[in-house]
Design a protein around this ligand. Structure first.
Ligand SMILES: [Zn+2]
Length: 86
């Protein structure tokens, strides 16, 4: 799951750019039927935000005890074990 998240982020941001790019092209051609592209783009943007938040949440957890990291010290304040290098 953790390894898949950056890929989901990359794919969703590409999908977002492509969908809203298509929307912009249509607008430039005076074609205002852009509802589908707008929704697809927004969905990709939501997926990107969720995966980014998930990735951040996973990064900020101690791998030994699972508690949130509260400091930037190399050791976990909850269980005292060293964080692995990121
Ligand atoms: Zn810990």
């Amino acid at each position: 799951m953790k390894k898949a998240l950056p890929w989901i982020m990359v794919i969703s941001i590409f999908g977002f750019v492509i969908a809203w790019g298509l929307m912009g092209m249509k607008l430039l051609n005076h074609d205002y039927l852009i509802t589908a592209e707008a929704y697809v783009g927004a969905a990709f943007l939501v997926i990107f935000c969720i995966s980014m938040l998930l990735y951040k949440a996973l990064q900020d957890k101690c791998p030994h005890c699972g508690k949130m990291r509260t400091s930037n010290t190399p050791f976990c304040p909850h269980c005292g074990k060293k964080y692995p290098k990121q």
